[in-house]
Design a protein around this ligand. Sequence first.
Ligand code: PEP
Ligand code: MG
Length: 295
Amino acid sequence: QKEGLKKILDKKIITKDGRKIMVAANIGSLAEVNVALSNGAEGIGLFRTEFLYMDRNSMPSEEEQFEVYKQVAQKMGNKPVIIRTLDIGGDKTLPYLNLTKEDNPFLGVRAIRLCLQNRNIFKIQLRALLRASIYGHIKIMFPMIGSLKELTSAKTILKECMKELQEKSIDFKNNMEMGMMVEIPAAAVMADEFAKHVDFFSIGTNDLIQYTLAVDRMNEGLSDLYNPMNPAVLHLIKTSIHAAHANGIPCYMCGEMAADFSAIPILLGYGLDEFSVSSASILEVKNFILETINQ
Ligand code: PEP
Ligand code: MG
């Protein structure tokens, strides 16, 4: 069946009312870019950069990160590449960082919180991203934003990095698009405010479901409660998409729910602009969306 789907590899998805729907890939490494492209990815909707930091004894340097981001951007050509800044903490730790042990790591110093507390680590990554931006269509995305203050701080630090590069006459794109993940219920509830300060949203349903329903996403004993179709979850998704559009920005989704066939028709109805899924699911998701909108 998969072979038969190759014929839709380059097919564009346009709804009957003329909206373009994108299907993109989630990746965790440079090596995955080729797999994404050969499966028809129209972009990278989520590059989880934490894997660059894991399974090693020290931080990846600015140069090392720059090389990876640059090569991902180059391989994707003019297709968009959303690179998410470090999302460590929660279930993922880095032995060389000496992070404090927490009782509730998923409610703890994770992702943007960790970066804002460790600005040097954050700035190394931001400089690498800025320098790579001239080699393709990179967009930057901040994870686990829960308050405007965090978003503003992240943007201020990004500006600082730009200034530092400028002073050294190092090239970067100064109009790189900047977005945030909507994965904390607070961000979804206040989406209309957040939308005024970013270029795009990407809904992270893996965490949004966990935090909305207070159900650990890793706990198999609760798998029947971990329900993407819970009306509270759907309500927050709809709110986020509509707030994005009311403010003239697109809304993407990069959580597992984007590949869930029972959810896709609902997400299409809400107006979701991009489904970012694992490379192995791209063709099936594309095919299912085409069937749904052409009924
Ligand atoms: C999510 O939370 O839905 C997401 C895409 O991010 P991660 O799975 O890396 O937390
Ligand atoms: Mg997440």
